[in-house]
Design a binder for this molecule. Structure first.
Ligand SMILES: NC(=O)c1ccc[n+]([C@@H]2O[C@H](COP(=O)([O-])OP(=O)(O)OC[C@H]3O[C@@H](n4cnc5c(N)ncnc54)[C@H](O)[C@@H]3O)[C@@H](O)[C@H]2O)c1
Length: 396
């Protein structure tokens, strides 16, 4: 099968490309705009592989998308390209509306034109798989049942709202035009090659460098964690076995509070590389929470597990051990990212930008009677900034 895969140089997309090349015979046409979040190195053996081609293009570019379909005549689409970082969506929602909503529309339209012209057998076998998030479902309270495929949408951040809009467009193209679409909604991913603005890589890197590990509030916000290679495996099953018009809620059944996650990273690093200064939990700092951030996400994957005959191979401890070991072994990559693309500054905090940010956070922390680690702006020394994802566990 020839797959047009978007966002294949991102964290999850690159894991899917690697999985497809290692474990299937499928051909991958990888369309990626190469934003700050992309890493060509993450393709590993995909670079130069005869079943992989990288096309640098934006999914909002209708003429180019039509041309890509016409030239490569794919049998399926896996659409992962997105602006994916919740905190960036608060600072600059326009890019999220463009890529996540307009880009998905543009790709759907180009896919429909291509699919309409296919012979009957290829039309029936064609799939448009849209990769989405559990954040479209909103926030759970402590006693609420986990999300399922039937949970009503209630997005609360600009990121989640644009993903929800794109999910609705995809389903509309199924119901209105008959395009064989599938949606999967997934929990927080973690693993190798994740951009260090997200919780697990950021805390790991800060801890390796002996820097503060800020945790918002009391650290009780809860996320459901899925190892990225498990997600890649599940996504390929969704593509190969999923029913058009279907929705698949995927998770590894591994909910953890943010504080549990940060402590587990500290323990794993202490085991791998003991710090002469003492256990790394000493670096944890509780900082003032942001109002209105989602308390808990958790997915009940029972239906998808049965439909796909799949359960996640990794539990959280196993996946985290592999992840932490990978960041220890791949300093060159994240040093470069921190030096050139993201130094660890706080994002997504309206009213706290610029010089006032440090003061505001410091003041809030002082009120809460807590100690705050270094707070810096863009261009600060790596790891010296408070980072909102480290605090909130947002890893959309
Ligand atoms: N990371 C998670 O925990 C998570 C969880 C559930 C769902 N998702 C979804 O999975 C998908 C991939 O997430 P990720 O974490 O790998 O994201 P990412 O930010 O790491 O990667 C996104 C990729 O998309 C590319 N891209 C962005 N805008 C583009 C555009 N306009 N045209 C073409 N390419 C563009 C980027 O260059 C990058 O390579 C997203 O759709 C996201 O919403 C992510």
């Amino acid at each position: 099968m020839k797959i047009l895969l978007t966002g294949g140089c991102g964290f999850i997309g690159s894991a899917v490309v690697r999985h497809l090349l290692r474990h299937t015979d499928h051909v991958v046409i990888n369309v990626d705009k190469m934003t700050y979040a992309a890493s060509e190195e993450a393709l590993e053996e995909g670079l130069g592989h005869n079943r992989h081609m990288l096309i640098r293009a934006c999914v909002t570019d209708a003429a180019t998308m039509r041309q890509v379909f016409a030239t490569h005549a794919p049998d399926a689409v896996m659409h992962l390209a997105a602006e994916s970082h919740v905190d960036r969506s608060i600072d600059g929602p326009a890019d999220f509306v463009q890529t996540n909503v307009v880009g998905t529309f543009t790709l759907l339209d180009a896919a429909r034109e291509h699919w309409s012209g296919l012979p009957a057998a290829r039309r029936a076998a064609f799939r448009f798989h849209h990769i989405s998030t559990d954040e479209v479902f909103g926030s759970l309270g402590p006693g609420d049942s986990p999300f399922t495929e039937d949970t009503a949408y209630d997005p609360r951040s600009p990121y989640a709202a644009t993903k929800a809009a794109s999910d609705h467009l995809v389903r509309a193209w199924f119901h209105t035009y008959g395009l064989p679409t599938i949606v999967s909604n997934t929990a927080n991913n973690y693993g190798p090659w994740q951009f260090p603005e997200k919780l697990i890589p950021l805390v790991t890197i800060n801890a390796l460098e002996g820097k503060k590990l800020p945790v918002y509030g009391d650290g009780s916000n809860c996320r459901d964690w899925l190892f990225v290679s498990d997600h890649a495996e599940a996504l390929v099953r969704v593509l190969e076995r999923g029913v058009p018009g279907g929705t698949y809620a995927i998770s590894g059944r591994q909910p953890r509070t943010n504080l549990q996650v940060v402590r587990a990273i500290c323990a794993e690093l202490d085991r791998l590389q003991p710090d002469p200064a003492g256990p790394r939990e000493r670096l944890i700092r509780f900082v003032t929470d942001r109002p209105g951030h989602d308390f808990r996400y958790e997915i009940d994957p029972t239906c998808s597990e049965a439909a796909l005959d799949w359960t996640a191979p990794h539990d959280f401890d196993t996946g985290l051990a592999k992840t932490v070991a990978w960041y220890v072994a791949n300093r060159a990559w994240w040093h470069e990212v921190r030096a050139r693309r993201y130094a660890g500054e706080r994002l997504g905090s309206p009213g706290h930008e610029g010089a006032a940010q440090g003061e505001a956070v410091q003041a809030g922390v002082a009120q809460a009677g807590m100690v705050q680690g270094g707070v810096a702006q863009g261009g600060a020394a790596p790891g010296q900034a408070e980072t909102s994802d480290a605090a909130q566990g947002r890893a959309a």
